[in-house]
Design a binder for this molecule. Structure first.
Ligand code: OOG
Ligand code: MG
Length: 267
């Protein structure tokens, strides 16, 4: 990590328990830097790693990873201009077209993302866009349901990293495609909420090419001493800003070349 650790082991465990409580019982907490203003990005990843360790010890399975804050729209919306990563487990996955409960979430928002499924291990540092494309089995459209555990959905980079990049739920679907068969930079996406278009964009919004976000993610994993194993499901980050949802809302994300992903929200 480019920044050093400032938190003690006890602080890391304490903050992890605070984030875990907020995630599993769905309540908002103040951002962690209110109490620990010197917290660094490395501290954030140390809390996130402890959270991952606990979830896996509880029987959750690691399915893959997510890149976050990889588009201008997302950076502007959240006021943070450095990308981040978080992990994804089996407990966060929801089927396409399903009804997603909101009573176990704080203030959910949805965003359209291109997801990659890998067929060989990717290792950093020095992972490139071409290495990602060569290691990609197929791509598919996805909707991420993010849910910051911080009050007012307001945070800074160390806090949001500790909160696992606001990860809450994700839905993959649509039509899987081989990366060589489509131009991954120019995919248009339109999001509809209750039948009305609420936001739209193109995949190049994500670091110029969504595979670039996966390369960035692999290089951050390398700094954490990890690799991206074959068979990982990896989301490249929201193309547009995230849209709030509440019970009764239905969402359809329509992706050029990749089909659509839909879901509805219930209490
Ligand atoms: C942080 C997570 C960002 C994305 O796709 O950019 C993210 C947040 O906005 O709460 O998942
Ligand atoms: Mg996202």
């Amino acid at each position: 990590m480019s920044q050093h650790l400032t938190l003690s082991r006890e602080d890391i465990v304490r903050l992890c328990e605070r984030v875990e409580g907020a995630q599993t019982r769905a309540y908002a907490i103040p951002k962690l830097t209110d109490e620990y203003p010197a917290m660094t990005i490395a501290d954030g990843y140390a809390v996130q790693a402890e959270l991952r360790r606990r979830f896996i010890a509880q029987g959750h399975k690691l399915i893959g990873w997510k890149a976050g804050l990889t588009s201008k729209a997302k950076m502007l919306q959240m006021g943070v201009n450095v990308p981040s990563i978080g992990f994804l487990t089996d407990r966060m996955a929801r089927p396409e077209s399903s009804a997603i409960k909101t009573s176990d979430l704080v203030h959910p928002r949805v965003e359209c993302e291109v997801a990659f499924v890998t067929k060989t291990t990717l290792t950093g540092p020095g992972c490139t866009l071409q290495m990602v494309l060569d290691a990609t089995d197929y791509v598919l459209p996805a909707v991420e349901i993010i849910d910051s555990r911080f009050s007012g959905f307001k945070f800074d980079l160390p806090s949001v990293i500790a909160d696992n990049g606001s990860s809450a739920r994700y839905v993959g679907g649509g039509r899987a495609r081989y990366p060589d068969d489509i131009d991954l930079r120019t995919l248009g996406v339109v999001m509809e909420k209750n039948g009305e278009i609420v936001t739209m964009g193109a995949s190049a919004a994500v670091l110029g090419h969504p595979a670039e976000a996966i390369a960035m993610l692999v290089n951050i994993l390398a700094e954490l001493g990890e690799v991206l194993p074959a068979g990982s499901f990896v989301m490249s980050g929201g193309i547009t800003e995230a849209i709030p949802v509440k019970p009764g809302d239905s969402i359809v994300a329509r992706f050029q070349e990749l089909g659509s992903v839909s879901m509805r929200f219930i209490d």
